[in-house]
Every structure is written in structure tokens, then in C-alpha cells.
Design a protein around this ligand. Structure first.
Ligand SMILES: Cc1ncc(COP(=O)(O)O)c(CN[C@@H](CCCC(=O)O)C(=O)O)c1O
Length: 401
């Protein structure tokens, strides 16, 4: 009936949902005259389109109708075999293909989080994870972070007072801060969570995009080591993605963990989408051998140059009192303005000057961060970085008086 109050029909779970600031911004920053430091968009000019075209043809030649038939929920076995082979002791049965790691976050929220469960998250953390977990009614407890990532002393204090279900962390080139969790803190985080019986979800879409410094072992690997390499007893789950190393639009990612978790994830996925597009999985499988390692080198170099360029411009143009991180990899850096300034309020003024960013507030589970913002350098040219940083600096100067 016209004007029926549909809002009253929504579930309590639907009532907990809200829009993604990044997704909403993406619509806005598609305008060509805007220099966007907002969405974490991989550089489109680097996509290996010729290799993808050849792979698509090879898939159809090799698999024929099976390439566009229903596939298994677990995912294309040769792809799961390749993923499992990257970690000693892992078998394809420990690997679940998901439709982007974003779906992995949602399905893991569904099978792990009961209403009121304590979920430990970094302050700030990836807003997409907060969006995925929120409908399942977690009670967030924030973990303070500094230039070396999560403050593990604070973590120990939290664990003593809050029986937690899950700790969600992005140890490499964190979204949104660009920071990397130090080795010493990785070891202590894995030890403390094991001691207190807290599962860890390591979200690592950027791990391969290190352009400076030494590679560090994943939390998953450290978790495996403490249980003699047995994937059945590792309390750390790992989420990986091909979005930032190959292309995001094929929506191919995976979760690795103990059989019981994977089995439950399969059941949750059966109810969600039956399976990730099999054609896409077969294309990715064609690319992981030669194209992927080559692409990682190309992307690392390009993002390293863009990060270095942006940091150089920030140093040159930003007013004193504005702080920013200097990432060792990934796609983002984090800006902190003097207390009292509000990046959500400043956003329209920056936009008038032709530049967009993601205000920091949505990255904090429990509010805060009004004076922060995330900048992505991955899909901006050197000229756009120069112009965009100048526009931001002018916006800040005007606001700082
Ligand atoms: C820590 C972390 N975990 C999962 C994801 C989702 O990546 P995929 O679903 O694997 O493409 C991402 C991708 N986040 C990007 C892309 C968001 C894409 C968008 O909403 O337009 C961003 O923060 O801008 C991430 O940073």
C-alpha cells in the first residue's frame, strides 16, 4: 500500500547498517575535475589488460562451458592449491575463495560474532570491516596505535579486563594509517591472544606491496610456528586478496584457517552467493604463475614513487602542526590536523579547491578522529599529487587562520 512504513519492517540487523563513506565518496570523486586522494583505487593504467584478455580466451578454450557453469562453493581447486602452496603445511582444505576480501569479512562476522561479543579493533581501522561486522552486534573495544602499530601493552591491559572473541588487525601498511606492525609487537600480539583465547583475523590485502624496509612474517605464520606448523591449531585466520596486486574488479580473494572455520565459512557462503564467479577464479589462476609476480614488481615501484612524491609535497606545502605518516608500502597515508579542526567540515572547502580525501572519523569504531584524514596516492599522477597537496594546504591554512 502507498506510503506503507517500510522502515518498521526492517530487521534489527538492518537497523545497525550504515553506508560506507568510501563507497559514497567514490560516486562523487568520479568527477574528472576532482583530484581524488579518497578511494583506495589501484592504478588503472597498470592493469594487465592484455594478459587478462589472453587468460580469458585460454580459460574458455581449456574449460569450455565449465568456465561459466555453477562452481563449487570452496572455489576453483587449482587456485586453492596455488594459495595453499604459498604457506608450508597448508592444504587446499584450509583455503576458502571469497568474492573480494570484503565478503570474507562479512561471512566471518556472520559465523564468529554473536551480539555483544567483544571485538578488538585498531583505532583507526578499515571502515569496511566495521561496516561488515556491525550488523552482527559486536561490542567494539579500541586498541590504541602509534607509529609501530597496535600498542601491545595496552592490548594486554584490555585482555585482562575484556574477554574478547576476535581481534581484527591489518599488520602491513594499515588501512587507513599506512603503518606497519613491528616484528616484536607481532610476536607479543600472537602470544597474548593465544594466551587469552582470542581469535585473530589478519587482513592483508597490501602485504605484497612493500616498497621499502624489510618484509616481516605474517601473524598467520607466527601463529602456525607456535603450534608446530599445525593449521588445525592456529588461532590466527588470514584474509588475502588479488585486488591490489592484480585487479579489484574480478572480486577474487581468500580466507585461510582451520578446517572447522573453513567448513562453516562454506556453509555461510552457500547461503550468500553459492560461489565466487568461476570464470574470474579461472582467469586469476592463469595469471598467478608469471603475470602476478611481474605485476607486483610494477605496482610496488609505481606506488613507491607516488608515496615518495606525496610525502615530499606534504613536507614542502603542509603548514606546521599538521602531522602525517610515511608508509613503507601499500596505498595510504594518514594526516592529523591540530586539535579542534574537523576534516568532515573541511571536506566541502577542499572539494571547492578540486581535491577529495576520506575524513578520518568513519575509521574509528567508537567515534573520535575528527581532526584526521586518509590520503591515497595510488591512482594519482605526480602532477595531480602536486596540485592536490597544494589545494589541501590552502584549505588547512584558511581553517587554521
Ligand atoms: C584492509 C582492507 N580489507 C579489505 C578490503 C576489501 O578489498 P577486496 O574486497 O578484496 O577488494 C580493503 C579495500 N579497501 C579499499 C577499497 C575500498 C573500495 C571501495 O569501497 O570503493 C579502501 O579502503 O579504499 C581493505 O583496505
Amino acid at each position: 500500500r502507498p506510503g506503507e512504513d517500510f522502515a518498521a519492517r526492517l530487521s534489527a540487523r538492518a537497523g545497525r547498517m550504515s553506508a560506507s563513506a568510501i563507497r559514497e565518496l567514490l560516486k562523487l570523486t568520479q568527477r574528472p575535475e576532482i583530484i581524488s586522494f579518497a578511494g583506495g583505487l589501484p592504478a588503472p593504467e597498470l592493469f594487465p589488460l592484455d594478459a587478462i584478455r589472453a587468460a580469458a580466451n585460454a580459460v574458455l578454450d581449456r574449460h569450455g562451458p565449465a568456465a561459466v557453469q555453477y562452481g563449487t562453493t570452496e572455489g576453483h581447486l587449482p587456485l586453492r592449491e596455488w594459495i595453499a602452496a604459498q604457506t608450508p603445511g597448508l592444504t587446499p582444505g584450509h583455503v576458502q575463495i571469497v568474492t573480494g576480501s570484503q565478503q570474507g569479512l562479512d561471512l566471518l562476522g556472520k559465523i564468529l560474532i554473536d551480539e555483544g561479543d567483544v571485538v578488538l579493533v585498531e583505532a583507526p581501522t578499515y571502515l569496511g570491516a566495521l561496516q561488515s561486522f556491525q550488523p552482527y552486534g559486536p561490542r567494539y573495544v579500541e586498541l590504541p596505535t602509534d607509529e609501530h602499530g597496535i600498542d601491545v601493552d595496552a592490548l594486554e591491559d584490555v585482555l585482562k579486563t575484556h574477554p574478547a572473541k576476535l581481534l581484527y588487525a591489518i599488520p602491513n601498511f594499515q588501512n587507513p594509517t599506512g603503518r606497519t606492525l613491528s616484528l616484536e609487537r607481532r610476536r607479543r600480539l600472537v602470544e597474548l591472544t593465544a594466551q587469552y583465547g582470542v581469535m585473530v583475523l589478519e587482513d592483508d590485502p597490501y602485504g605484497k606491496l612493500r616498497f621499502t624496509g624489510e618484509a616481516l612474517p605474517s601473524l598467520f605464520t607466527l601463529g602456525l610456528e607456535r603450534v608446530g606448523g599445525d593449521p588445525e591449531r592456529n588461532h590466527v585466520l588470514y584474509s588475502g586478496s588479488f585486488s591490489k596486486t592484480l585487479v579489484p574488479g574480478l572480486r577474487d580473494a581468500w580466507v585461510q584457517g582451520p578446517h572447522l572455520i573453513i567448513e562453516k565459512l562454506v556453509q555461510a557462503k552457500q547461503g550468500a552467493d553459492l560461489h565466487t564467479p568461476i570464470f574470474n577464479q579461472m582467469i586469476i589462476t592463469e595469471l598467478v604463475g608469471e603475470v602476478l609476480p611481474r605485476q607486483i614488481e610494477i605496482v610496488k615501484r609505481a606506488y613507491g614513487e607516488r608515496a615518495q612524491h606525496m610525502v615530499g609535497r606534504l613536507r614542502e606545502h603542509f603548514p606546521a602542526g599538521v602531522q602525517f605518516t610515511e608508509p613503507e608500502g601499500g596505498m595510504f597515508l594518514w594526516v592529523t590536523l591540530p586539535q579542534g579542526l574537523d576534516t568532515t567540515e573541511l571536506f566541502p572547502r577542499a572539494l571547492e579547491r578540486g581535491v577529495a580525501y576520506v575524513p578520518g572519523r568513519p575509521f574509528f569504531a567508537l567515534g573520535g578522529g575528527a581532526n584526521t584524514m586518509r590520503l591515497s596516492y595510488s591512482s594519482a599522477t605526480p602532477e595531480q599529487i602536486e596540485r592536490g597537496v597544494r589545494a589541501l594546504a590552502e584549505t588547512f591554512r584558511e581553517a587554521m587562520g
